[in-house]
Design a protein around this ligand. Structure first.
Ligand SMILES: Cc1cc2nc3c(=O)[nH]c(=O)nc-3n(C[C@H](O)[C@H](O)[C@H](O)COP(=O)(O)OP(=O)(O)OC[C@H]3O[C@@H](n4cnc5c(N)ncnc54)[C@H](O)[C@@H]3O)c2cc1C
Length: 403
């Protein structure tokens, strides 16, 4: 039985009528097109083709791409709240949109005019998809220790190495790929370059580029994460993000993508928490134990109160980080705080929902078991929460130095 009043990422927040209109449209799409089918698709680990088509028609793949390139040019606040609403339906869907957001954002911020004209209109229209690839089998948090190299040979780079956990990697037509162009550079980040590597979607063997089958995962089904290996794979020097004179700046370019990516992951955490609370409130008023609805037992009430408070706090941390970033200021501390808090909270909310549902929470018949499997990734991806803590602390020590 549905709730009389809805639980959303944006009700009660100080947003404009235009922002509300967009968020209402997303909300309606989620209720109509995503929630009714997510369980079945997730269980089969099936790519949500029809949902993706619907998102494409709505312009969702171009949410953050400037209007001059055919995108919607939305501010980060609207985007972040839209992602929370999409995740409320199913986390995989926001993961599919996210590749476009990070790579499109990086091309818009750092790409050459030619690269912008080549990629952005197609990305905005959802005609092609993109993926972001830094992580390697031997290096995740310590990004600067990657060992994939691109060695210059005339007008080309020759790439060798392996990349791990590339989400959207099979269906993508372009990879934002971080490589070492000068492995001896000191500091190490100055020897790193971002390349825009074109590829064919859904072709496993592309000569010197091989795409693995999807990696098995606890959750986050429906969107593929793959491994890519390169053996003497050649790309033109024009693939350098921003052009040849940006060789050696790739680490900073990728990190700028990651900073807004963290707000995006925080939003996904919020989306999971929203759904966990919504389902818990419904269930707690219907399931009876000891002669009354379980929602009338104080220990269940404590869980509901904790979840709702965490959701409210997550919303405001996300809003503060997104607003600061929208105003053109650096927001690494705020984005880190939003990511840390909202994703630790989503893990907690998913667990509390499972406890409220009792044995049924453990059943694949109920949605909360999916929330419980999807939530932990949010604490790991886009910089683990341990890394967020170091970013927040280092940022504080720098911002508040002694005189
Ligand atoms: C499903 C999935 C999808 C992904 N998609 C992508 C993608 O599209 N593109 C991409 O590039 N990557 C992707 N990743 C990779 C993800 O970003 C990394 O897994 C993450 O950054 C952590 O790196 P790691 O797994 O190598 O862990 P490690 O770096 O080996 O860390 C292991 C543990 O040590 C901790 N740790 C490491 N350093 C420190 C430190 N200095 N202080 C305290 N603790 C520390 C970590 O927090 C963690 O708990 C994905 C991962 C998964 C699981």
């Amino acid at each position: 039985m549905p709730l009389k009043e809805r639980i959303s990422a944006f009700d009660g927040l100080d947003i404009t009528p235009e922002q509300r209109e967009i968020l209402e449209a997303i909300r309606e799409f989620v209720d109509r097109e995503i929630i009714p089918v997510a369980k079945e698709l997730e269980a089969k680990d099936e790519f949500p083709t029809k949902i993706v088509e619907g998102l494409r028609d709505m312009g969702a793949f171009g949410m953050r791409i400037p209007t001059e390139y055919g995108g919607l040019g939305l501010d980060l606040v609207t985007y972040a709240l839209a992602i929370a609403e999409l995740t409320r339906g199913w986390m995989a869907v926001s993961g599919i949109v996210n590749g476009q957001y990070i790579v499109g954002g990086m091309i818009a911020a750092h790409g050459s005019d030619e690269q912008k004209a080549n990629y952005l209109p197609r990305l905005a229209a959802g005609e092609i998809r993109s993926c972001f690839s830094m992580t390697e089998p031997g290096a995740g948090s310590d990004v600067q220790s990657i060992i994939t190299t691109a060695v210059r040979d005339g007008d080309e780079f020759v790439i060798n190495g392996s990349k791990m956990w590339v989400t959207n990697g099979d269906r993508a037509s372009v990879i934002a790929l971080l490589v070492k162009t000068d492995p001896t550079a000191d500091p190490r980040y100055k020897g790193m370059t971002a390349l825009l590597v074109d590829k064919l979607p859904q072709v496993a063997d592309q000569g010197g580029m091989k795409i693995s089958p999807p990696l098995g995962k606890l959750g986050y089904h429906g969107v593929e994460s793959i491994e890519i290996s390169f053996e003497d794979y050649r790309v033109p020097v024009s693939a350098v993000l921003g052009g040849e004179d940006k060789i050696g700046t790739g680490f900073l370019q990728m990190m700028s993508g990651i900073e807004t990516g963290r707000i995006n992951v925080a939003s996904r955490g919020l989306g999971i928490s929203l759904r966990a609370l919504e389902l818990s409130l419904e269930y707690a008023q219907q399931r009876e134990a000891f002669g009354k609805p379980i929602g009338h037992h104080q220990l269940i009430q404590k869980k509901l109160a904790d979840m709702a408070t965490r959701i409210e706090a997550s919303k405001h941390l996300i809003l503060a980080a997104a607003r600061k970033k929208d105003s053109g200021q650096r927001a690494d501390i705020e984005a880190g705080m939003a990511k840390l808090y909202a994703t630790e909270s989503c893990q907690r909310c998913a667990e509390e929902a499972m406890r409220i549902f009792g044995g049924y929470g453990y059943s694949t018949e109920y949605e909360v078991e999916r929330l419980y499997r999807d939530a932990p990734l949010m604490m790991i991806g886009e910089g683990s929460n341990e890394i967020q803590e170091t970013i927040i602390a280092k940022g504080l020590l720098k911002r508040y130095e002694l005189i």
